[in-house]
Design a binder for this molecule. Structure first.
Ligand SMILES: [Zn+2]
Ligand SMILES: [Zn+2]
Length: 223
């Protein structure tokens, strides 16, 4: 599905996976494992391009529903994989996410190998706040994970928000309950400084038009 000219969402992949189509292809997130064929088919059949045109894979954070095919796609495209430095050891399989306390933590320990433990990939590029990657500005927005990022494309005025925020079709919601809520709120306030027309998140549907105005409105409701 073409969001605006040159920005696509690969249909049928969860979490959401986006392609920026210019001279080079840039992939933002890769969905759950076993979606790489869908992504490759989209590139070949819809875009009439080659998987080797992907030069950069940018991961918004290390969760498996975003990095599940990064290893496969890196191998078959030769692309460089980029992630914030605070999430690099997680995606490389050297660290596992600490479990929350209490009952949630007990459930989490059972689920952790399913959600976070598989398909490690060694990142080629470790990002920091303010870095430019494939024409996108990196905004460090920790809380959902330590190294969660948003990516701003100044050409299309799109903000790729990862799991910081999502639009479910009727309202804006914060990322999942594994997050540190205080840090998430600080990160949401941080992105209200940016002007963007469309917000594309890791889940849910595109928020447009006037996405930054709507996010600012949402941020006012936070403590
Ligand atoms: Zn996540
Ligand atoms: Zn997610």
């Amino acid at each position: 599905m073409e969001i605006v000219p040159g920005i696509h969402q690969v249909d049928g992949v969860n979490g959401n996976c986006f392609l920026i189509v210019r001279d080079e292809l840039t992939l933002i997130d890769t969905g759950m494992p076993r979606n790489s064929a869908k992504i490759v088919n989209y590139i070949q059949d819809i875009l009439n391009r080659k998987p080797t045109d992907i030069k950069t894979i940018v991961l918004t954070h290390f969760h498996i529903d975003h990095v599940g095919d990064a290893s496969d796609l890196k191998k078959l495209s030769g692309a460089k994989v980029a992630i914030h430095e605070a999430d690099a050891d997680y995606v490389a399989g050297r660290k596992t996410q600490p479990a929350p306390r209490g009952v949630k933590g007990m459930i989490f320990k059972v689920l952790i190998p399913l959600f976070f433990g598989s398909r490690p990939v060694e990142p080629d590029i470790k990002l920091n706040d303010g870095d430019t990657i494939a024409g996108l500005t990196t905004i460090h927005t920790p809380g959902h994970t330590p190294g969660s990022i948003c990516l701003f494309d100044p050409v299309s005025k799109i903000l790729f928000a990862g799991d910081l925020l999502m639009f479910n079709g009727s309202k804006i919601e914060m990322g999942s309950s594994l997050s540190d809520p205080d840090e998430v709120q600080q990160s949401i306030k941080k992105i209200t400084a940016i002007d963007f027309d469309i917000m594309l998140s890791g889940h849910g549907i595109p928020l447009r038009p006037d996405a930054s105005l709507k996010v600012r409105e949402f941020a006012k409701s936070l403590p």
